[in-house]
Design a protein. Structure first.
Length: 72
């Protein structure tokens, strides 16, 4: 399992994940930061980016913050 530091930018026009460094990412999401929608969109975007199942992705820290630690 690898931990990544992720900065989430909700409410953007494009949905993409950009690598800043080997363990640091920025995720641009269409979903708003409301009722966990951005967290669900983040897990979906990361599963596409890393080509893994959504169940292998866990938000370790920052569930209600734009700065998150995610374990894959």
């Amino acid at each position: 399992m690898t931990k990544y530091s992720i900065t989430v930018k909700p409410g953007t026009s494009q949905e993409k994940v950009v690598a800043i460094s080997p363990n640091e990412l920025t995720a641009y999401l269409r979903a708003k930061a409301h009722d966990g929608e951005a967290n669900e969109a983040l897990v979906k975007a990361l599963s596409k980016h890393f080509k893994v199942a959504k169940t292998t992705i866990k938000i370790v820290r920052g569930a209600k913050s734009r700065q998150k630690i995610v374990e894959i």
